[in-house]
Design a protein around this ligand. Structure first.
Ligand code: PNW
Length: 488
C-alpha cells in the first residue's frame, strides 16, 4: 500500500470556526454572527466571537502546523473581513486583505502549501439583508465573482483555490432544516420562515452559477500567469443497502449519493442535474440556460471531497413530502440483519466506517471519469470528549484509529483501485466552533482549552499523522527506487 511521493497532507479549518476577533480590523458581520444571536440556535448558546482566537495567533498556528509536519493547510477567508458589506460596489477593507496575504506568505515561508476556501458559509450579513443573499441569483453571483477576483488578485501566491465548501449544507441546513445560518425553514414554529420545498434548490443553483463565474475569472484573468488550480468541495456519505437483497434499496443507495453529491457534481462534470432529482423535484429544481451550462460544465480542475461517515439506506414507497431532500429514502445506522454501521460519536450524524470511504472514492471516480481528488476534510468527534479532563482528552485513541483506518482505506483506493487522490486534509487542526453544536463537539487533533486563554495541546492523533503518512509515502519511494534498479 502506498501513496505518490508528491502527495500533500495536512489539516483544515474555516474562518468563522477558529478566528474570533469578529469586530477587529474593520470586519463586517456575517450571517453566522446574526444566526448565533437567535436564542436556541446554538446548543451551548455560544458564537464565534472568540473561537480559537486564531485571527490573532496566526504565527502560533503555523508553528503548530510545522511541528506536526503538515505539508499543506486548508483555511477559509472571511468575506466580510475583506469587503465588510460584501457587495461589488461596497468599499474594500485593506486590513483584512493584508491579514490573509501575510498569512499565506508566512505559510509558504514555513514550507506549507496553502489551500484557500473562498466561501465556508459566512456570507456578509449585509447581502442577506440587502437582497436575500444566496437566494438572489443576479446579485449574489455578481458579488461573489467580484469578491473572488479581488482575492485572486490580492493573493497571487496561493495556487489552490476552493470556491465553495459543501453547498449541500448551505442549501439544506440553511434553507430547509433551518439549523445553519440564515436558518430558513417551513416549520412555522421556528423563524425565520422560508420555503423548505423550494429555496434549497434555488440556493444550490445559484451557488453553482457563482462557482462557474469565479472559475471563469480565475482561468481567464489569473491562471495564465499564476498557474494555480480551482475547484469546489462537496460533502457526501457512503451508502449501503438496508436490505442487500432488495433492488429498490440498492437503487436508493445511488439516489442518496445523487441527491447529496451529483446535485452539484453532475452539472459540473456533465452539464445538468441527475435524472433522479428532476424526476422527484420537477419544476422546483431550476433549469440551466445555455449560458449557464457553458459556465458550469467543466469548471473543476480538481474534485474537493469532504467525507466523514456512512449510512444504511432503505427506500420509501409512495410520494415523498414536498420538503424531502434525501431522495425518498431513510438513512439508518443498522441494516436489516442487525449489523451496525459503526460506533457512536459526539455527532448524531457521524459513525466511522472506513470501507465506505474507499467505496465512495470508487463511486466518484467511476462516475466522473477519475478526476484528481483532494480530500479536503475527514475526521471525527468523540462521544463525551468535552467532559474529559485535559490529560484524558489528549489520549484520543478513537480518533487515532479513525484516521489510521480511513487513510489506509484511501491508500488502498489509490493503489489497488486506481483512484486519483493527490491530497488529504484532516478536519480539524484545532477543536473549534462546531456550528450549531457550539463548543460541545470537538473535532480537533489539537485540544483547545477554552477556559484557559485558548491554549493549544496537540492530542495523540495530531502526532500520529506524520508517521502515518510517512509510512505510506516512504514505502512508495522505496518501491520506486527498487523498480528503477537494473535487473540482476
Ligand atoms: C463539515 N452533516 O460540516 C464542515 O465543512 C465543517 O465546517 C464542520 O466543522 C465539519 O464538517 C464537522 O461537522 C458538516 O450533518 C456538518 O452531515 C454537518 C454534516 C456534514 C458536514
Amino acid at each position: 500500500m502506498s501513496l505518490p511521493s508528491d502527495f500533500l497532507w495536512g489539516f483544515a479549518t474555516a474562518a468563522y470556526q477558529i478566528e474570533g476577533s469578529t469586530d477587529v480590523d474593520g470586519r463586517g458581520p456575517s450571517i453566522w454572527d446574526t444566526f448565533c444571536a437567535i436564542p436556541g440556535k446554538i446548543a451551548d448558546g455560544s458564537s464565534g466571537v472568540v473561537a480559537c482566537d486564531s485571527y490573532k495567533r496566526t504565527k502560533e498556528d503555523i508553528a503548530l502546523l510545522k511541528e506536526l509536519g503538515a505539508k499543506c493547510y486548508r483555511f477559509s477567508i472571511s468575506w466580510s473581513r475583506v469587503i465588510p458589506l460584501g457587495g461589488r460596489n461596497d468599499p474594500i477593507n485593506q486590513a483584512g486583505i493584508d491579514h490573509y496575504r501575510q498569512f499565506v506568505d508566512d505559510l509558504l515561508e514555513a514550507g506549507i502549501t496553502p489551500f484557500i476556501t473562498l466561501f465556508h458559509w459566512d456570507l456578509p450579513d449585509a447581502l442577506d439583508k440587502r437582497y436575500g443573499g444566496l437566494l438572489n441569483k443576479e446579485e449574489f453571483t455578481a458579488d461573489f465573482e467580484n469578491y473572488a477576483r479581488l482575492m485572486f488578485k490580492s493573493i497571487p501566491k496561493c495556487k489552490h483555490w476552493i470556491t465553495f465548501n459543501e453547498p449541500w449544507c448551505s442549501a439544506i441546513n440553511g434553507y430547509n432544516l433551518g439549523i445553519f445560518a440564515p436558518g430558513h425553514t417551513s416549520d412555522r414554529n421556528k423563524s425565520p420562515v422560508g420555503d423548505s420545498a423550494r429555496e434549497p434548490w434555488i440556493v444550490g443553483h445559484n451557488i453553482l452559477i457563482a462557482h462557474g463565474k469565479a472559475v471563469k475569472v480565475y482561468r481567464e484573468e489569473f491562471k495564465p500567469t499564476q498557474g494555480g488550480e480551482i475547484g469546489i468541495t462537496l460533502n457526501g456519505d457512503a451508502t449501503y443497502p438496508w436490505d442487500p437483497e432488495d433492488p429498490a434499496d440498492i437503487e436508493a443507495c445511488d439516489r442518496k449519493i445523487e441527491f447529496a453529491i451529483s446535485w452539484f457534481a453532475d452539472p459540473i462534470y456533465f452539464g445538468d442535474y441527475p435524472a433522479s432529482m428532476r424526476k422527484q423535484l420537477g419544476e422546483r429544481l431550476p433549469t440551466f440556460t445555455e449560458e449557464e451550462v457553458a459556465l458550469v460544465k467543466g469548471s473543476n480542475d480538481f474534485y474537493g471531497m469532504n467525507h466523514y461517515t456512512a449510512n444504511y439506506i432503505k427506500h420509501r414507497k409512495g410520494t415523498p413530502p414536498e420538503d424531502d431532500f434525501l431522495g425518498n429514502l431513510e438513512t439508518l445506522f443498522y441494516d436489516k440483519n442487525g449489523n451496525c454501521i459503526g460506533p457512536e460519536t459526539q455527532s448524531f450524524w457521524l459513525r466511522p466506517n472506513a470501507q465506505g470511504f474507499r467505496n465512495l472514492l470508487n463511486w466518484l471516480s467511476k462516475r466522473y471519469n477519475y478526476p484528481k481528488i483532494y480530500v479536503t476534510e475527514n475526521g471525527t468527534s468523540l462521544k463525551g470528549e468535552s467532559d474529559l479532563p485535559l490529560e484524558q482528552a489528549l489520549e484520543d485513541d478513537f480518533r487515532c484509529k479513525y484516521f489510521h483506518d480511513y487513510v489506509h482505506a484511501m491508500a488502498k483506493a489509490v493503489e489497488e483501485d486506481g483512484v486519483n487522490v493527490k491530497g488529504y486534509m484532516a478536519w480539524s487542526l484545532l477543536d473549534n466552533f462546531e456550528w450549531a453544536d457550539g463548543y460541545v463537539t470537538r473535532f480537533g487533533v489539537t485540544y483547545v482549552d477554552y477556559k484557559d486563554n485558548c491554549k493549544r495541546y496537540p492530542k495523540k492523533s495530531a502526532r500520529q499523522m506524520k508517521p502515518l503518512f510517512d509510512s505510506l509515502i516512504k514505502k512508495a519511494e522505496v518501491e520506486a527506487a527498487e523498480a528503477a534498479k537494473p535487473a540482476p
